[in-house]
Every structure is written in C-alpha cells, then in structure tokens.
Design a protein. Structure first.
Length: 115
C-alpha cells in the first residue's frame, strides 16, 4: 500500500479510472471534499467493498491520513480490486487545493451571529 501526496493527487484529478474515496462521515463530506470524490464512511466500507470491483486506481482520504491507511489496506485486500490503491498522505489537512461544496474550509467560521 502506498501513499500519495496532495500535489500528486491534485495533478491526477479527472484521470480516467481514478476513484477518490473520502471515508469521513456524511456531514463532514457535505461541508467540503476533494472534487470528484465519493463518500463511503469508514464504518460502511466493509459492507460496500464490492463497489470497487475492477477499480483501476483508488485513493482513500481522511482528516489526517491515518484512518485512510487502514481503509486503503482493506480495499487493497479485496480480491476484486486489481489496480493501485493509495492513501492520501497528511490527509485532508494537507489539501490546499480547490474543494467542492461552496464553503472554503479555511474561512468558514460557522453561522453568522443573530445580532
């Protein structure tokens, strides 16, 4: 199982066959995520592993790059996955590129005060 840097993943965005799997919970994923990524919360991963049948490239992501290593190992161990499997080194904390969701995670300070 290998790790991929944020810069390497950023260069590969949009490549045919690349699947970016964000293992955070649904609400965290809804707030912001890497463009083109799909949400498979870690607790659901064992039950949804078959959806990676025939995957060419899978990159798992989590907040700091630790849980995504476990997720990558799980996916890599699944016999239906023939391609590369990697974890995003430093996790989403190391991602300084564009995100999807309409929120900028660096400036989002929550809802406005009522006064």
């Amino acid at each position: 199982m290998e790790e991929i840097t944020a810069a390497e993943l950023h260069e590969r965005l949009g490549e045919e066959g690349l699947r970016i799997v964000d293992i955070r919970g649904e609400s965290a994923f809804a707030r912001w995520h890497i463009p083109g990524s799909e949400n498979v919360p870690f607790p659901e991963l064992p039950n949804r592993i078959e959806q990676f049948d025939g995957a060419e490239q899978v990159v798992t992501v989590c907040p700091v790059g630790q849980s995504s290593v476990r997720a990558a190992r799980l996916i890599e161990s699944y016999e239906g996955v023939d391609g590369e499997v990697a974890s995003l080194a430093d996790g989403l904390e190391g991602w300084s590129y564009e995100t999807e969701s309409g929120l900028d995670r660096h400036t989002d300070e929550g809802p406005e005060a009522p006064f």
